[in-house]
Every structure is written in C-alpha cells, then in structure tokens.
Design a protein around this ligand. Structure first.
Ligand code: HEM
Length: 491
C-alpha cells in the first residue's frame, strides 16, 4: 500500500496538484443501514471489538458510514503513525470528543489545537518530565507501600483483596498527588469527595462519548446535573491546591528549581515573567492529568494481572525478575532500580498488544489530503488504530497467546523487524502521551511489588472477563486472589 500522505496545505500548493488513484467512495466498508449507516454498531461498550472485526474483514483502510457522512479507519502502523505525526498542522482531534470533554470542564492540552496546543504542551511536558517523576518517586513508593500493607492486613484477617478497586485508587492517589500536590489516600479511605467527583465525571464522559444523540444539550438528567456539580467541585478543589502550593513555594523557593510534583513544576513555569501560561492553563491541565492518568494506568495494570494470572510461566518469569531486583526489600524504594525491569516492560507491551486501553485515536483533516493513495476532502474524520498490527497473525504468530518473550531480544532488532515499532499504545508524533513515563513508573513499581510479595490465583469459576469500553478500555473484572509468598526477611 502507498502510505504517503500529501495534504494540499503542506506538500502541494493546490488540491488539483494532489496525486491519487482512488477516492473515499472507492473504499470498502460495512454496508450498514439506510440513513443510519453503521452508527448503531459504533455505540455501546464494545464498539472497539466491532472495529477490530471490520479491520480483519476490510483491511487497513476502509470507510464506515455514519449519519451525515463517513469516517475512515486506518489500521496499518506506517500510515497511522504518519497521520499522527502531521499534527497539529494537518490533523486535529475529533471535534465531537473535544466538545463532550469541554462540556464537562475537561480541557487543557488534550483538546487544544495549533499555537494554544504548543503552549500547553510545553507546560504539561515540563510537569511530567523524568526529573519531576523522579523527585515525586519517594511519595509514589510510599503510596505503593501502604497498598502492600493493606493487602497483607486483608489476607492476615482472611479478607478478599479487591484488586480492581485498589489499583484504581492507587492510580488516583498518584495522579492527584502528582498533578495537584495533595495526598488523598483513596487506597485506604473510600468516600473522598474528589474521588466521587472524578468518578462522576468519568462515568458521564464515557456515557456521552458513545451516545447516539446528545440529549444533555436539550435537557439534563439528574446524572448530568451531578456531573456539572462534580466539574465545579473539582475546579474549586484545584484552585485551592494551587493557592496552597503557591504559599508553600513562597516559603520554600528551592521548589522552583527542584519541583517535587507536576503542580509545582507548572506553577514555577507559569510564574516565569517570560511565560504566557495562565492560571486557567494550570487548572485545566491538572484536572486533565487526573482524568487522563487514572483509568489508563489502572486498566493497564488490571489487564496485566488478569493475563499473568492465566499464564503461570510468564508470572514465574516476572516474579524471578522482581525477586532478583528487589532482594530483601518489599518494593522499590531506590529510583535507580527502576531501569532493571525488562520483563515487566515486555509483559506491559504484550498486554497492550492484546488488550490496549486506548485502541483508537480520532482525528480530522484540516485540509484536502491524500492518504494511502486515496483522496480525502478537508474535514474527513479518521479513526486511527493504535495496535491493529498486533492482532495480525503474520506479524505476531500465535497471535492470541500472551507471550512477553516476544518483546525480549538478545540483539536489538532491525528497524522494520522491531515489534515495538508496530504498535503505538501511547499514540505517536508530537501529541504522543506525555504521561507514558509516569504510567510505566507506576506499572513497574506496582507489578514488581505484587509479584515479589504474592502469588496470583486465577478464579477459574469466574464468568469470562469482558473488554469494556468506558471511555478507556478495561476488564469487566479481575477474578484473581492473592496468596502471600514466603519471601526472605523484609525490612
Ligand atoms: C498506560 C497508561 C496510558 C496510556 C495507554 C495512554 C494513552 C494515551 C494515548 C493513546 C494518547 C493519545 C496520543 C496521541 O494522540 O497520539 C494519550 C494522550 C494523552 N495522555 Fe495518556 N496514556 C496513559 C497514561 C497517561 C498518564 C499517566 C497521563 C498523565 C498523568 C496521561 C496524560 C495524557 C495527556 C495530557 C494526553 C494528551 C496529549 C496531547 O494532546 O498533546 N496519560 N495517552
């Protein structure tokens, strides 16, 4: 397939100079219903599986008719990556998603475009860079340690550990701690107002993103009014956190040079007289980071645990790595050790291949363009698959088998052979996920702690685990019991 992208605004001065051999009408795709097209297949909690089925049926480029037009699915890595890399100039994020997010007061870098995006991206990257994560790491490790204590206490008292609940609580503790500088300890205390408000927003975001009709623009149900209230509560809480952080930074000016969390880093950047960051930028990006960082990371860990519990050889390999790196320590306290978890990284890649939490990215063309030898008019909506090639048997033989070893090599593979280049669970190009380093830090910290201290027992009588799309894709359950391991004396 010709995967080059030409766009009238970029590579050719006028649309008439674009070269292509087919148009959108020539593309294959599902038949759908009159008027509605395939819209009904694109709602519900499993539409990503429908898209995956269509990718197998219609190939890497096809169209899906929806009311008022069609959208184009791109599933080959080269073309998909090329499209994502042409942002923000040639493509923007899907308008519908942006509107739904903005209506819930979620904005910041994710929904920004053009120069506004460039400005906010700089702010967010400064808040999520490796140095800030390293400075925050002692707090993150302490958060993981209290989860470990909670699990040990539960087992000692003969109680069940609800892994799904605790992983979500941990991811929320970390993102609120990092992005807002506040420790809410949801792991140990249900019922925090902030947790309730974030959950509320997520539920509405999921429901509205996949709704067939935007009823809430005409009338509001109690759940919509509650979500509006939650949005207001979160904003007020963040304004309070910013005020507290500014006061603390006035007393400890060294925090400007060595910020211990994302909020301090963003405040230091915005107080720079040469910067043009506003308080609204701080507020919206702190809220966005919590929304963007909670379910993505928690769902990824939940899927990893589900897969490891069903694959004892992989679980044993991961346990071996955790034991080797941690020795007598119960979990990572020394940041330098974080580089040593190659098997966890491999297990994570394999998990994203089989159960990616963000399977598609929606973008819209800013200009007429040619993609894969096909002409697309300005404003064409594209749905870009992040991991489609991962499900291709020719590229990943024994495709549905969980095999982290596929990602481990004695020698660095050639560029085109390297499987890492075939998937992009964190997106690609200038808008690639700025939270990926934080996410991988959390995943390595928790998975090494888990496998070093516990054995996983999969409940073979549990109902099959469903893939559920709730804005991000997560498992319907984590039917895994923990059993304490006898490990060497721990400090
Ligand atoms: C395993 C965990 C995660 C996954 C799989 C994930 C995945 C993604 C994906 C696919 C995108 C779209 C990228 C693109 O358009 O090319 C994205 C964007 C983004 N993510 Fe993540 N993410 C994760 C964790 C996080 C965390 C922990 C944070 C922050 C605390 C975060 C913050 C963001 C933000 C702010 C954007 C928007 C970037 C922009 O538009 O410039 N993510 N993420």
């Amino acid at each position: 397939m010709n995967s080059t992208i030409e766009a009238s605004a970029l590579n050719a001065p006028t649309t008439s100079e674009l070269k292509y051999s087919r148009t959108m009408a020539d593309l294959p795709g599902p038949k759908g219903l009159p008027v509605l097209g395939s819209a009904l297949d694109m709602t519900g909690r499993q539409w990503h599986l429908t898209l995956a089925k269509w990718i197998r049926e219609f190939g890497p480029v096809f169209q899906v008719r929806v009311p008022g037009g069609a959208m184009v699915v791109i599933a080959d890595r080269t073309t998909a990556g090329a499209l994502l890399r042409e942002r923000p100039e040639q493509f923007r994020r899907t308008g519908g998603l942006k509107t739904v997010m903005n209506e819930l007061n979620i904005s910041g870098v994710f929904t920004a475009e053009g120069d506004d995006w460039r400005r906010q991206r700089k702010l967010v990257m400064g808040g999520l860079n490796a140095e800030v994560i390293r400075n925050f790491f002692p707090k993150m490790s302490a958060m993981a340690e209290r989860m470990l204590r909670r699990w040990k206490t539960a087992l000692a008292e003969g109680r069940h550990v609800d892994l799904r609940r605790d992983l979500k609580a941990f991811a929320l503790d970390v993102t609120v701690g990092l992005a807002m500088g506040h420790d809410i300890d949801v792991v140990n205390h249900d019922g925090s107002q902030l947790q309730h408000d974030v959950d509320n927003m997520f539920r509405r975001l999921g429901a509205r993103s996949f709704a067939l009709f935007p009823y809430w623009r005409h009338f509001k149900l109690p759940a919509d009014r509650e979500a509006d209230q939650s949005a207001e509560n979160i904003e007020q809480a963040v304004i309070g956190f910013i005020r507290n952080t500014r006061e603390r930074m006035a007393l400890q000016p060294e925090l400007r040079e060595k910020p211990t969390n994302m909020l301090e880093a963003m405040i230091a950047a915005s107080d720079d007289p040469d910067s043009d960051f506003t308080d609204q930028d701080l507020i919206s990006n702190a809220i966005l980071s919590v929304i963007g960082g909670e379910d993505t990371t928690a769902n990824s860990m939940a899927w990893m645990i589900n897969l490891l519990a069903q694959h004892p050889a992989a679980a044993a390999a991961l346990t071996y790595e955790a034991d080797t790196v941690l020795g007598e320590e119960p979990l990572v306290r020394d940041w330098e050790l974080m580089k040593q978890f190659n098997y966890i990284e491999a297990a994570h890649s394999e998990t994203q291949r089989l159960r990616t939490v963000a399977p598609f990215i929606g973008i819209v063309a800013n200009a007429d363009c040619v993609v894969a030898d096909t002409f697309f008019p300005k404003n064409t909506a594209f749905v870009v698959s992040t991991t489609a090639e991962g499900l291709d048997e020719t590229q990943f033989p024994d495709n549905d088998v969980f095999q982290p070893e596929r990602w481990i090599f004695d020698h660095r593979p050639q560029k085109e052979e390297n499987p890492v280049r075939k998937l992009m669970p964190f997106g690609d190009g200038p808008r690639v996920c700025p939270g990926r380093f934080l996410a991988m830090t959390e995943i390595k910290l928790v998975l090494s702690m888990l496998m070093h201290n516990f054995e996983l027992e999969f409940d073979t009588h549990a109902p099959p685990i469903q893939q559920v799309m709730n804005f991000f894709m997560g498992p319907s359950a984590v039917p895994v019991r923990l059993k304490l391991r006898s490990v060497p004396d721990q400090r």
